[in-house]
Ligand binder design. Structure first.
Ligand SMILES: Nc1ncnc2c1ncn2[C@@H]1O[C@H](COP(=O)(O)OP(=O)(O)OP(=O)(O)O)[C@@H](O)[C@H]1O
Length: 297
């Protein structure tokens, strides 16, 4: 009987070698279930993508150990190879937004066990930026995106989401909005003042539901400006995820979007928490290609 082969991808740079320990334990568990494990890691993102791409022809499934940033690296490799294997996740990041959204156990042992029993495969949506880079959970740009950069992992662990709010309020009045052009094949064509833009691949992020409709689209929320007047609506947005009634926030849902800056200023996006491409960008949503191991209903 021919055995299945599962790739196990982890960040060779992570913490105190925590990810490697998890990978080794998972490899043992897979062997017990007659699945051949293939450990895949590297200490920089470029090599990691190459390593995964080279291994893909040998694999039946790819298991990813890490948070959204690490899942992003792995799915970027699948996009570049145009080969969408089923994926499994061991949530070893800090926030683990993607894993939470699909009810993957946050307990490492339970998440490992899920890969060998009681799972089903579910199609999950993601987006592709400029045809090359995955967007697993979120793409942001504007002033708050830079603020997220200042939030250290330690603070994230200690204060949770509220830390973004504290940092944002400190920035009030300091930064100007950008003029941004948004164009979509569905007819959207607008130039909007943008203080902060958040694009999410589902209606919920960090457990908050940001919008109520269209499962097959990306959700775009723009904070058009921020000053003293916007503090209350912004706080409401940050804490509840709802902003539909605020005039300072624009929301829309699209399958694809072209985003460019009107002025010649360099605007860098952050994708899944990491610094990524500069505007202009083109993002398109994919709802059918990727399937994920999730707990059986
Ligand atoms: N093989 C790798 N080599 C170097 N860096 C990597 C590799 N794989 C992932 N990374 C980077 O490691 C960082 C941390 O990744 P990850 O998202 O897994 O953890 P986290 O930020 O703690 O989790 P979360 O996004 O859930 O809060 C990210 O910046 C990611 O791009």
């Amino acid at each position: 009987m021919q055995h299945l082969t599962y790739g196990i991808f982890f960040n060779g740079n992570s913490g105190k070698g925590e990810a490697k320990k998890i990978a080794t334990n998972l490899a043992k568990l897979l062997k017990v279930h007659l699945i051949e494990p293939l450990l895949l890691s590297s200490t920089n993102v470029k090599d990691a993508i190459t390593t995964i791409k080279n291994a893909l022809p040998k694999l039946d499934t790819l298991i990813i150990i890490g948070g959204d940033g690490t899942i992003n690296v792995a799915i970027t490799a699948l996009i570049q190879a145009k080969k969408f294997l089923p994926i499994g996740i061991i949530p070893a990041g800090t926030v683990n937004n993607f894993a939470r959204r699909y009810n993957i156990p946050l307990d490492i042992t339970a998440a490992m066990q899920l890969l060998v029993e009681n799972h089903e495969q579910r199609q999950v949506g993601f987006a592709i930026c400029n045809n090359t880079k995955a967007v697993v959970s979120s793409l942001t740009f504007g002033n708050l995106a830079d603020i997220s950069n200042q939030v250290r992992q330690q603070e994230k662990r200690k204060f949770g989401k509220i830390i973004y709010l504290i940092k944002a309020v400190k920035h009030i009045g300091k930064d100007k909005s950008f003029l941004i052009h948004y164009q979509s094949e569905d007819g959207t064509d607008q130039i909007l003042k943008t203080w902060f833009a958040l694009i999410t691949t589902t209606k919920s992020i960090g457990g908050h539901v940001y919008s109520t409709s269209s499962p097959n689209k990306m959700h775009i929320s723009l904070l058009n400006n921020i000053g003293i007047k916007q503090v209350l609506p912004y706080c409401f947005f940050a804490l509840t995820g709802r902003l539909n009634n605020s005039k300072s926030i624009t929301q829309f849902e699209v399958e694809n979007i072209k985003i460019s800056a009107i002025h010649n200023r360099k605007i860098t996006t952050r994708i899944d928490g990491d610094k990524a491409l500069d505007l202009p960008i083109e993002v398109s949503y994919r709802s059918k290609e990727l399937s994920l191991f999730v707990p059986k209903k």
